[in-house]
Design a protein around this ligand. Sequence first.
Ligand code: FAD
Length: 124
Amino acid sequence: KSEINSAVSKEELGRATWTFLHTLAAQFPDQPTKQQQRDVKELMAILTRIYPCKDCADHFKDVLRAHPVDAKSGEALAQWMCRVHNVVNRSIGKSQFPCNRVDLRWGAMNCDEGACDLHGRFYK
Ligand code: FAD
């Protein structure tokens, strides 16, 4: 696709957002602070208000109501993210992702340019 005519589709936006959310969950601390737990909940609540696909945002609000955010640990958040992504998958006719494999799909970040994870670790 041309860089100049680059309107973003709902699908591209979704893929990019899920990449962000699963990557965030994979880097989330084992023992998050209360503030970090609040931040994740707030981020999800914000998505239900300003995610730039109104139908998706409205639907995600219902999903969150039925599946409250579990951010008590990194593992809990990664599993929760997988579950809610599967709820969205189901609602749009996509197949279920096996959540016991989520760590394989969304693991540590590739930080070779000196970008780093939440803890400021470098990977070389
Ligand atoms: P995506 O669903 O974008 O997934 C990207 C990759 O994540 C997959 O290739 C797979 O490797 C991996 N993956 C898939 N499922 C899981 C899982 N459960 N856990 C971990 N990894 C997984 N689209 C609509 O049409 N209607 C909606 O209501 C809607 N709501 C959305 C709400 C939110 C919050 C978001 C972020 C997106 C929403 N979308 C919605 C977009 C939709 O979820 C997809 O992103 C889009 O259809 C592109 O799908 P895809 O097949 O490329 O894979």
